[in-house]
Design a protein around this ligand. Structure first.
Ligand code: SF4
Length: 409
């Protein structure tokens, strides 16, 4: 079988690891690392023994108790013995899974039903006596001893995942680390992570939800890792217009290949503050155009372009370790001038830049407080807010202590 065949291994997995709300408290244990790295390569078959056997949600937490060789499943608080019900379901489920022809199974660690390694088994007097395996998992590995099985706690690195995949399907020379995600893969993955609830949450934070899918930043970072750095991929992602794809573009792009006209085009396209900030943080600040654009954009009228100017100032204050105090002193002029812009996304960014510069070292802290006091005298609601908020943070004892103790401050 070749590396390019379309066959996808079938992997059983504890359903809570896929983000299904099946835990005793109605929550889940989404494992973003496993999901993002494997979902395009395998077909997952989610299984939740406790929910599927009818324990319900929410339910009492359970644990293993009694003879370590054949422990029983018992309610943590009520001590009700639930072994019969779960065991009956396990017998049925194991027969069902036989027809699935699974190539592997990923179990949830620390679960009395699903855990594979080192689960505590208690005595009836609630004392720890030894370690064992979850009831479902024990039956599974007994019935299918040749199906590779692991638990999430041992699949935390790409090397561990790769090793597992090789066991899962040894006929394929399978090295997913060599397989980089391309543009269609990424768009499909983003769409598969679409979450309408998150989109509502984004809108509450003032993020433009128009083309958003509701994908979280940790997921985007995980996808970016698998995609690797690529300027051409970044261009395609940006052109897609999908909210999260544009943020991803700023992570995967190679700053060495970014041109000034690209920066201008992207800034022109900004329609949401988070895209603006992510581009400045992830990409723009690493290009040779960062300093000139910070000053130039701070004078432009469009709200998000002006914001980008101040967002660049803020990120340069945090990340550009080689910059001199004088470079930052020059920026105070733009901060004073634009502090009267009443637009929310500009106001917040001006304040952000002022605070970050003022937290760089003691001398800039003094200068930023002085500038804030000047701004405070301006007859503008926005200027007064920017100044008082910045003074509060810059004069805070913790900030002052940190600056006083920082070398070369
Ligand atoms: S660990 Fe197993 S039994 Fe517990 S919620 Fe997850 S899938 Fe269900």
């Amino acid at each position: 079988m070749s590396h390019t065949c379309n066959y996808k291994p079938k992997i059983g997995i504890s359903a809570c690891l896929l983000g299904k709300p099946v835990r005793y408290d109605g929550g889940h244990k989404l494992n973003q690392f496993i999901k993002t790295n494997l979902e395009n390569l395998v077909d997952f078959i989610g299984v939740c023994p406790e929910t599927e056997c009818g324990f319900g949600i929410p339910r009492e937490q359970i644990r293993l108790e009694g003879n370590p060789e054949s422990p029983r499943i018992v309610g943590k608080k009520t001590h009700t013995d639930k072994t019969e019900r779960l065991s009956a379901w396990i017998q049925k489920k194991i027969m069902e899974l036989k027809t699935e022809n699974l190539n592997g199974f990923i179990f949830k660690s620390k679960s009395p039903s699903c855990g594979l390694y080192s689960l505590p088994v208690f005595t009836c007097n609630e004392k720890f006596q030894s370690t064992g395996t979850g009831l479902f998992t024990k039956a599974f590995i007994k019935k299918f001893p040749n199906i590779p099985a692991e638990e999430d706690s041992t699949l935390k690195t790409k090397t561990q995942l790769n090793k597992f995949l090789k066991n899962v399907f040894p006929a394929i020379k399978f090295n997913y680390m060599e397989k980089k995600m391309n543009f269609p893969d990424i768009i499909n993955t983003l769409k598969s992570h679409s979450n309408p609830e998150s989109i509502k949450g984004m809108a509450r934070f003032g993020i433009n939800p128009e083309t958003a899918l509701g994908v979280s930043m940790p997921t985007l970072r995980s996808i970016a890792k698998t995609a690797g750095k690529s300027h051409s991929l970044a261009e395609k992602l940006w052109s897609s217009g999908i909210h999260e794809a544009t943020i991803l573009a700023s992570i995967v792009d190679d700053p060495k290949e970014v041109t000034e006209s690209q920066l201008e085009n992207w800034a022109h396209d900004f329609n949401s503050w988070d895209i603006c900030d992510q581009c400045c943080i992830n990409l723009f600040r690493k290009t040779p155009f960062a300093w000139p654009k910070a000053i130039e954009w701070s004078q432009r009228s469009p709200e998000f372009v002006k914001r980008a100017g101040f967002a660049l100032m803020a990120t340069l204050a945090v990340h550009d370790k080689k910059a001199t105090d004088n470079q930052f002193n020059i920026l105070f002029e733009a901060i004073k001038r634009e502090s009267t812009d009443e637009r929310n996304f500009v106001k917040k960014a001006v304040n952000w830049a002022l605070r970050q510069i003022g937290k760089r070292n003691l001398s800039l802290n003094e200068a930023a407080i002085r500038v804030s006091k000047e701004i405070q005298l301006t007859n503008s609601k926005s200027a007064k807010w920017i100044a008082s908020n910045a003074i509060k943070e810059l004069t805070d004892l913790k900030v002052q202590d940190r600056l006083a103790n920082t070398k070369n401050s």
